[in-house]
Design a protein around this ligand. Structure first.
Ligand code: HEC
Length: 245
């Protein structure tokens, strides 16, 4: 075979390496350029992004305010009792008429309380949630209040609703995470919790009383005892992040 055929085969093979190398480079390096867009359709158009300036308007803003005196449909929120927990000048002491207090509401409240409040206030509301334990283990102090004090038991329902809506002192507000109807459900559950933590045993139905009395003290009930291989929080190494880093 003539030599040039060998040369040609070698050259062709070398040239064939180039496309995979280019593909590998494109896939493994970062680029500030947008991807190749074969069919642009109308995906990319000139537009103003939120918070950008727009010289078209006198105030120079691209985002427009709603016309003065208008209310978006369904956003009137004029009912002070339902949306703010207030009646005329005081915290509402009863649930608003939109809310039916029944077992379903309390169940929903328990569920939402478990998600949003237990991290700080703990399952029974004594202010001993995981965040509290964690802050103690880092030797920080964050006073998370007990929801079962006489003070908190005396709060009208509207006040508890408002604390969830707007937060209080170092407690953040939850209005953007918890919709109004769920906040009322949580109020119902907080009330149930407060009742559960202060009730006289003699006021309970006889069968519940019986079950309570039949229960063994904590130490003798194997279900209540912590597994031995888990160290109490104050004996865990300080300053470690969950996940061990
Ligand atoms: C991030 C932690 C955190 C979460 C989550 C949290 N709270 Fe609080 N809460 C606090 C702290 C801290 C205080 C005490 C604020 C202060 O110093 O007055 C407090 C105070 C309160 C009080 C007032 C108690 C009193 O005696 O004045 C109520 C009621 C309350 N929280 C209800 C709730 C409810 C209901 C939820 C769930 C929607 C919730 N909190 C979620 C941290 C939290």
């Amino acid at each position: 075979m003539p030599r040039w055929i060998y040369t040609a085969i070698i050259l062709v093979n070398l040239v064939m390496i180039i496309p995979p190398v280019l593909i590998y480079k494109a896939r493994s390096t970062k680029s500030r350029q947008p991807r190749i867009h074969l069919f642009p359709d109308m995906d990319n158009q000139k537009r103003f992004k939120e918070q950008q300036a727009n010289p078209l308007f006198a105030d120079g803003r691209a985002m427009r305010l709603p016309a003065a005196g208008t209310v978006a449909r369904g956003e009137l929120f004029s009912d002070d009792h339902y949306y703010r927990g207030r009646t005329s000048d005081a915290w509402a002491t009863a649930f608003p008429q939109q809310v039916t207090v029944n077992a379903d509401l309390v169940d929903r409240g328990r569920d939402r309380y478990g998600i949003f409040c237990t991290p700080c206030h703990g399952i029974s509301g004594h202010g001993d949630g995981m965040i509290k334990l964690r802050s103690e283990s880092l030797e920080q102090t964050w006073e998370i209040l007990d929801l079962n004090t006489q003070k908190a038991r005396d709060y009208p329902v509207g006040h508890i609703f408002n604390i969830m809506t707007n937060g209080i002192n170092t407690m953040p507000p939850y209005r953007s995470q918890i919709p109004v109807e769920d906040r009322w459900a949580i109020v119902a559950w907080v009330r149930a919790l407060q009742y559960s933590q202060a009730v006289e045993v003699s006021q309970l139905p006889p069968d519940v009383q019986g079950a309570l009395r039949a229960r063994k003290p904590r130490d003798e009930n194997p279900k209540d005892v912590m597994p031995t291989d888990v160290k109490p929080i104050d004996q865990q190494p300080k300053g470690t992040k969950p996940g061990g880093k």
